[in-house]
Unconditional design. Structure first.
Lengths: 335, 443
């Protein structure tokens, strides 16, 4: 007989693994990826490939030559960062800017903290916000969606997103009801036929991916429900107060990066709180900050900033909102 | 269907021996009966080298309050009292007896007739349970008489009989419920009488429909006993989880079940209590599952305490070629053994053999803070946090984060996608924090 293995219990392990979790997220991103390729064509493929390749390369280089640890690029995490970064930029972004974004996302936001699991902020969002602040012109000239196989023959026409149009219109004193007539219809917005970053345009595709994540139990309901709920309630109240100055909640839900942020970035497990209560607080915070920035901020969109700000609060939330304990009635005296 | 609410996992059940009727394992040539079999203080031997003993004869006394008597499981001659490798992997004192025949103490009733009528008084029952060395047979081996002596100021309201058997692979309790149903129901009535309660709930997980049906039918003849099917979820066999599932009462942190009026006993214990009180039979044999995917003939054996585990393996067709882990108990909470010669003790519910592949842990990766361990923790703790605090030797912080509430069920480590050895650290942390708490008491 062989020597016996001796180890502590449990002696069995469920079949969950980091790889399964990460590739689950990748599968959930596929519907939005297909929609982005449909609307933005070859440009979308270009941005996705470059972003993913650059993220994987930076992770591999840093892991090998700086951290000097075992290769981690096949765990799926850098792949997700690559896809999410691509999803957060316009399809006509120059290659070198994408590479800079990938470096900031992987090199600075992730690997400098020690790699997978150690980053306090969502890497793709750090990359995106860095690009937004550094290259505001390139980052905010969105190509108009141009479906594949459509007969429209136009050269790359760029324009603002619906949120941008709304913000500019309100600034110049127009009424919401007038601005809305210049925008794509709700149906177009829902499927993604509008200007915007690659992966954020189609609320419906993102919702499908989000539901897949919920069903596979890769994410829990707390953050998405609290985030969407607080956006609906906050914008709903404002809309009821003055519908000519504040647009309706539906508009807020299906435009901009909200759906992408809610299901794929706020729920990033590494940078969000761990207890159910903490996740609800986190979601509420994200929702409120998003609306405040969208309505009163300088930028038309606030999802990225909202999530990054709440990422910073995550350790505090983890400390303050503990899970519900079993038998938590007796206060333990530590003296 | 009833179950506990907080946390829990559902590992593959693998109850491969569930249809194997209990067989009597032949008595081995030699038994090693450890002196420290129960939770609490070890027992003190009252026999010496060369003494002749009979089956069922008292050979070691439990002198402390939480301690228990030990009886010879065979007849023969005491070879020595010496240190042997027990299931913990340490050498600990045991009484080694060379077997000669099988001569039982005369006062033990060896007939199979069911003795339903309970004549013993409350105090006589507790005395018998104490004298005849009954301990909890679910695994922890807590002396049963201690649980029956309700502390002043507390009141027992309901007896809970644990037929959950939530550990994968194990089927000993399942077989007892099928084959010794009447005996265990009488045992339950005896326990009810000892506690002065008129209600007993038997909790059985829904993966044992035959046991649920059988006991439900028979229990109609026993007043006050109800059988409740439970949704399959680990660790439902944990006292606090079972009480929550059946009564919706939550045992406060740091207290015992009696705090909410409950006393929990295992089905095997109820059977042992029946045999002790009605048949005058000490606890010297028990049902043990021996199982594993590679074993030729997974079985449920009635085994004399002190029988080497290797004898059970032989009786199942020998040790499979690639065996590389032998577990005393189930896969979630059992201990991996250093040697197959370790003896069966009162708390042994099963023996599980794993091959090389099954024995390996998954590769450890970085924590991705997915909070799975928090979601599955049945005590509502943060396993990732308290294991990290232990790693950093921040024991006071670990205590504040309620490390002592951990029941060591292993759900966290089972579910961790990063393959972190969470429970290894938490166990160490509990040991260290336990030391700190005891020292604090001294100052």
């Amino acid at each position: 007989m062989n020597l016996l293995t001796v180890s502590g219990s449990p002696h069995v392990h469920g079949d969950n693994s980091v790889k399964k979790v990460m590739y689950g997220v990748v599968y959930a991103l596929i519907p939005a990826m297909l929609i982005s390729i449909y609307f933005f064509g070859f440009d979308a493929v270009r941005v996705l490939l470059i972003s993913v390749a650059a993220c994987l390369l930076f992770e591999w280089l840093i892991q090998k030559y700086l951290i000097k640890g075992p290769a981690t690029i096949n765990d799926g995490s850098a792949l997700i960062t690559g896809i999410l970064l691509a999803f957060n930029v316009p399809s006509n972004l120059p290659i070198w800017i994408i590479i800079v974004g990938a470096f900031v996302a992987i090199g600075i936001a992730k690997m400098s903290f020690g790699g997978l699991g150690k980053n306090p902020f969502n890497p793709a969002l750090v990359g995106r916000v860095f690009l937004l602040i550094s290259f505001p012109v390139q980052m905010t000239s969105w190509p108009i969606a141009k479906p594949l196989f459509s007969s429209v023959v136009t050269d790359a026409i760029t324009g603002p997103t619906p949120l941008g149009i709304l913000k500019d219109g309100l600034r110049s004193g127009e009424k919401v009801s007038d601005i809305i007539t210049q925008l794509p219809s709700y149906l177009q917005q829902l499927v993604g036929d509008m200007g915007g970053s690659l992966g954020e345009v189609s609320a419906i595709a993102l919702l499908i991916g989000g539901l897949y994540l919920l069903i596979r139990k890769i994410i829990t309901w707390q953050i998405p429900v609290a985030y969407l709920g607080s956006v609906i309630i906050f914008t709903g109240i404002l809309w009821l107060v003055n519908p000519e100055q504040f647009v309706n909640p539906l508009f807020h839900l299906i435009t901009g990066g909200l759906m992408l942020g809610v299901f794929f970035m706020a729920t990033d497990m590494v940078s969000s709180p761990m207890s159910s209560k903490g996740q609800i607080i986190f979601g509420l915070g994200c929702g409120i900050i998003t609306v405040v920035i969208r309505i009163w901020g300088a930028y038309p969109e606030g999802v990225s900033f909202a999530i990054l700000i709440m990422n910073a609060l995550t350790p505090l939330i983890n400390n303050s909102f503990k899970p519900k304990r079993f038998g938590e009635v007796v206060k333990i005296d530590h003296k | 269907m009833k179950t506990f609410k907080l946390g829990g996992v559902h590992p593959a059940e693998n109850k491969i021996s569930e249809n194997k009727a209990i067989e009597v394992l032949p008595i081995p040539k030699q038994v090693q009966i450890p002196l420290g079999q129960n939770l609490g203080a070890p027992s003190v031997p009252i026999v010496k080298k060369g003494d002749e003993v009979k089956t069922g004869q008292l050979i070691a006394k439990g002198e402390a309050f939480i301690s228990s008597n030990i009886h010879s499981s065979v007849s023969g001659k005491v070879l020595k009292i010496d240190n042997v490798n027990d299931q913990s992997g340490y050498k600990r004192p045991a009484i080694v007896i060379n077997v000669a025949g099988d001569e039982w103490e005369e006062n033990i009733d060896r007939t199979d007739t069911l003795k339903k009528n309970i004549t013993a008084s409350k105090n006589e029952i507790i005395k018998k349970v104490h004298e005849l060395g009954i301990v909890g047979l679910g695994g922890a081996a807590f002396p049963s008489h201690v649980k029956l002596m309700v502390p002043k100021g507390k009141k027992a309201e309901v007896l809970i009989i644990n037929g959950v058997e939530c550990e994968p692979y194990l089927t000993a309790d399942h077989r007892v419920m099928l084959e010794k149903a009447n005996e265990l129901l009488v045992g339950t009535k005896i326990l009810m009488k000892a506690l002065g309660v008129n209600k007993a709930l038997i909790g059985i997980e829904n993966n044992k429909p035959d046991a649920i049906e059988h006991l439900s039918k028979l229990s109609k003849e026993y007043e006050g006993i109800e059988v409740h099917p439970l949704k399959v979820k680990y660790p439902q066999g944990g006292e606090k989880q079972l009480i929550k599932a059946l009564t919706n009462r939550e045992v406060p942190s740091g207290t015992l079940p009696i705090e909410v009026g409950c006393v929990v006993q295992n089905v095997g214990t109820a059977l042992a209590v029946y045999e002790a009180v009605q048949k005058n039979k000490p606890l010297f044999e028990r049902v043990v599952t021996i199982t594993g995917k590679a074993i030729k003939n997974p079985s449920n054996f009635l085994v004399r305490i002190g029988t080497p585990i290797s004898e059970l393996i032989e009786a199942c067709g020998g040790i499979p070629d690639k065996t590389s882990k032998i577990i005393g108990g189930g896969p979630m909470m059992g201990k991996s053994l250093v040697t197959p010669d370790a003896p069966i003790v009162k708390g042994s519910s099963g023996v599980l053999l794993f091959d090389e592949k099954e024995s390996k842990r998954v590769e450890e990766k970085a924590c991705i803070r997915c909070a799975s361990c928090i979601k599955v923790c049945p005590m509502g703790l943060e396993p990732v946090l308290i294991s990290q605090l232990t790693k950093l030797e921040m024991y006071e912080e670990a205590e504040k984060n309620n490390i002592m509430d951990c029941i060591e069920c292993g759900s966290c480590q089972y579910t961790c996608p990063s393959g972190k050895p969470l429970l290894d650290y938490i166990r160490l942390g509990k040991f260290k924090v336990g030391q700190i708490i005891r020292n604090r008491g001294k100052n």
